[in-house]
Write a protein that binds this ligand. Sequence first.
Ligand code: SF4
Length: 306
Amino acid sequence: LKVLLAAPRGFCAGVRRAIEAVEEALRVHGAPVYVRRAIVHNLAVVRALEAKGALFVEEVEAVPQGAVLVLSAHGVARSVVEAGQARALRMVDAICPLVGKVHREVVRHHREGRHVVLIGHQGHPEIEGILGQVPDGAATVVADLAGVEAVAAEGPLAYAVQTTFSVDEAGLLIARLEERFPGLSAPQGSDICYATTNRQAAVREIAPRVDAMIVVGESFSSNARRLCEVAAAQGCGAVQLAADADGVDWAALAGGRVVGVTAAASTPESSVVSVLEALRSRFDVRVEEVGDGIESASFRPVRMAS
Ligand code: SF4
């Protein structure tokens, strides 16, 4: 079995930084350190941090007064920060700087009188966090062409994009928005982050060459699901999403000679290794890495609460 292994794959700089923020908070403040929701969308990561003393909560109200609370890489609404301040929490904001860029853009558009069309998936934590930077009604979330057609805002418009959205789909939606609304303000540089762009590009290269594709990641990870969609859009008819080796549908690989493997930006390399080892235990495997390879992006560490 030939395995085409995507490069890059797995952890991005923002995910690494958020995980290190929890570890550093535990080192500086000692356990327990509270974390609002999944720090990144991966259960193995969450379990590993729990084992070190992190306590995951859904809402700020579940955190005792004055405790240390880490906010996730997806970013949060202003109301969440205010609720934390009201409880005198010592907050560590692990928002990815590239999500922070989108927050600042949306705030600027609102301040300058533009309604924002936000290309993204309603209900995703990143979208909730972005919407929570501006008053209700200041932005409209669209996820597809029907959503773009339904945009009815009058007056100046701008658009912003969820960092993990599909590059190809966003391109279609932006083209239609620009057709409908000449003068639409665009972000400075793409809002879709380098990690999403690079992982989708590697999948686009691999998918046409394989009989099946395994995306290692969680079903609740936006960027993992987008990788599946990109592979399917390239004509790969047997795409599956598996959190690790235990989640692989082996029957779907039967008869295949070439399998692609990639991993979402929130997936640890250990999960990819578990899938590769399981493949080796069943097949005579030859691995070839495909893609542009190593990424050099890194961000300054998160500032700790005192
Ligand atoms: S996927 Fe992109 S935006 Fe999200 S944490 Fe990683 S680098 Fe940041």
